[in-house]
Ligand binder design. Structure first.
Ligand code: GAR
Length: 224
């Protein structure tokens, strides 16, 4: 059986990219990374792609929608996605919006990971915003992406406590560990054809029960 061909879109260090590459190699997901697309020329994610022998392509992408640079990136993305026979796009720390041509061609075939429990703390600073707001629980979300930011139907979430003294970096590291667990899982469900979207709800066929039996409560309840 041929493997699902992924494009992983990145802007930074690429630890999520690495978890996806590793899961492809170990057979945890029935997919292969066909190409890595990156909008930052010297991002370490591109080095990770190189070390694994996966093509990594730098595509400068404008910040503002509607600009010439942004539209050029949209067209170039579409060209590369076709060239590499990509079937599913996985944004993994990609800090730009994809363009309308890509979304049109890949309707229902774009995933994103976000470092907060959506719809809380949308945007580019999910970890920092959670710390500043003072919530005792945050986490991460894998969702189908649409043309808005961070709004598509949610596939899977993991919650972690925000501990006293946490800052953006320490909370971010705790969340990242969970990102590396849930993103490969979501991709595998997609590869297995087990995801069905009904309105805002994503149904995972034969979904296992939640890992926590009841609830994550933070700070914890005292027993006596
Ligand atoms: C991850 O925490 C990811 O959730 C976040 O960027 C980080 C990338 O880390 N994405 C966003 O904030 C998107 N709004 P990585 O490069 O090590 O995978």
């Amino acid at each position: 059986m041929s493997k699902l061909r992924l494009a992983v879109m990145v802007s930074g260090g690429g630890t999520n990219l690495q978890s996806i590459l590793d899961a492809c190699v170990s057979g945890r997901i029935d997919a292969e990374v066909a190409v890595v697309l990156c909008n930052v020329a010297d991002a370490y994610a591109l080095e990770r792609a190189r070390q694994t022998g996966v093509p990594g392509v730098y595509v400068p992408a404008g910040r503002k929608s509607g600009t010439v640079e942004w539209e050029a990136a949209d067209a170039e993305h579409l060209r590369l996605l076709a060239q590499y026979g990509v079937e599913l796009i996985c944004m993994a720390g990609y800090m730009r919006r994809l363009g309308p041509m890509v979304y049109q061609a890949y309707q229902g075939r774009v995933l994103n990971i976000h470092p907060a429990l959506l719809p809380s703390f949308m945007g580019a600073h999910g970890q920092r915003d959670a710390v500043e707001y003072g919530v005792p629980i945050s986490g991460c979300t894998v969702h189908f992406a649409d043309e808005q930011f961070d709004t598509g139907p949610v596939i899977i979430q993991a919650a972690v406590p925000v501990l006293p003294g946490d800052d953006e970096a320490s909370l971010g590291a705790r969340i990242l560990m969970q990102e590396h667990r849930i993103y490969p899982q979501a991709i595998q469900w997609y590869a297995q054809g087990r995801l069905r979207v009904e309105g805002r709800r994503v149904i995972v066929e034969k979904a296992p029960p939640p890992t926590m039996a009841e609830a994550i409560i933070s700070p914890g309840l005292e027993t006596r």
